[in-house]
Design a protein around this ligand. Structure first.
Ligand code: HEC
Ligand code: HEC
Length: 302
């Protein structure tokens, strides 16, 4: 800004333009000078693809699937997303991947179960989907046949997913959820709400309780309230504590995170740039504080 000039209006216009540019460019910041596969790897980390599609517990091959997800609706197994042409997704086009991630539909028209968080990925920026495709095409192909889900009879028909989507899936609302880099990292890529937001009886997230924690999280574990409520959320955490937690999974008192948050940090968040972690911190501190007491895990760290 040129402070010597006395043309207030011009300065104001300049400021608004600069702000607008920042806001518009924000979601892309930090990835501009990476090649597609590099950016794709970064997105795969930020989006948690690695933790869900690699069977870390049994030393499974990278992205070859087989991770079990026990839910009230049955046990789901993640599929092989390596480029093996037979058992993986080697025959998929970029459009196939985009449709799976943002619409929850497979190349054969099948509707995916929402345990695959396409409800969050619906907001993926097209550039990030392209980059993911470029990256996934280059990882080692692994011949590993997908494990069938173990579901009660009424859940076996994928038709039920269509119905579910009709009730709860709003791809158009996705653009709203990615306003700003932090919102994009939390709501779209990081799909933090998949664990931190309570669900209704049909498994859909409660939009009025965004990130307010739940006693019935995945694996029947409690998941803390991460809204900035001072007593029941993380409102008393300093920026630095929050930043360090996301980077290393360590609480301000030196304890390490447990449960499902371990993989979220180890396989995802710890690979993020400083700027992206800061954007997550900013976003988490800016959302409405919701008073929802979950259990001893919340409000402990100041
Ligand atoms: C919370 C765990 C989870 C996360 C995170 C996740 N997935 Fe999945 N994914 C699944 C599960 C479970 C399925 C199977 C869904 C079904 O059968 O309806 C699936 C299905 C898929 C499919 C369909 C494969 C096929 O053979 O039809 C693709 C492709 C895929 N995921 C890619 C990704 C990518 C890329 C990411 C990251 C951007 C990602 N997934 C993140 C759990 C996850
Ligand atoms: C797969 C489920 C899952 C996902 C996805 C997830 N979390 Fe968590 N998170 C947890 C669990 C479980 C805990 C409690 C860990 C513990 O008890 O040590 C937790 C703890 C936390 C805490 C500590 C809060 C406290 O009061 O103890 C923060 C902060 C947090 N998560 C932020 C995030 C952010 C940001 C994202 C998205 C980028 C995210 N989480 C995604 C499951 C998840």
């Amino acid at each position: 800004m040129n402070r010597r000039r006395d043309k207030a209006a011009e300065v104001r216009r300049g400021v608004s333009c600069a702000l607008l540019c920042c806001v518009l460019a924000w979601p892309w910041a930090g990835t501009a000078d990476q090649t597609d596969p590099e950016r794709g790897e970064y997105v795969a980390r930020a989006a948690g693809c690695v933790a869900c599609h690699t069977d870390l517990e049994n030393d499974g091959a990278y992205l070859a699937g087989g991770v079990a997800f026990e839910t009230p609706f049955g046990t789901f197994y993640s599929p092989n997303i390596t480029p093996d042409p037979g058992s993986g997704i080697g025959a998929w086009t970029e459009a196939d991947l985009a449709a799976a991630l943002t619409l929850g539909v497979g190349p054969d028209g099948r509707h995916y179960y929402p345990v695959f968080p396409y409800t969050a990925y619906a907001g993926l920026l097209p550039g990030d989907t392209e980059a993911l495709f470029a990256y996934l095409r280059g990882v080692p192909g692994v011949a590993q046949v997908n494990r069938a889900h173990v579901l009660p009879w009424f859940m076996r028909w994928r038709f039920i997913n269509r119905l579910w989507k009709w009730l709860f899936f709003d791809p158009a609302g996705a653009a709203e959820r990615r306003a700003g880099r932090g919102a994009y990292l939390v709501n779209v890529l990081g799909h933090c709400g998949e664990c931190h937001t309570p669900r209704n009886r049909l498994g859909a997230l409660d939009p009025d309780m965004h990130l307010a924690g739940t006693r019935d999280g995945p694996d029947a574990s409690a998941v803390p309230n991460i809204t900035p409520h001072p007593d029941t959320g993380i409102g008393r955490w300093s920026r630095k504590s929050l930043h360090d937690f996301l980077r290393r999974g360590m609480y301000p008192d030196g304890d390490f995170a447990g449960g499902l948050m371990v993989d979220v940090v180890d396989e995802g968040l710890r690979y993020l740039s400083e700027a992206d972690l800061e954007a997550i911190v900013d976003y988490l501190q800016s959302i409405p504080a919701i008073d929802n007491r979950i259990g001893p895990a919340d409000g402990t760290a100041n």
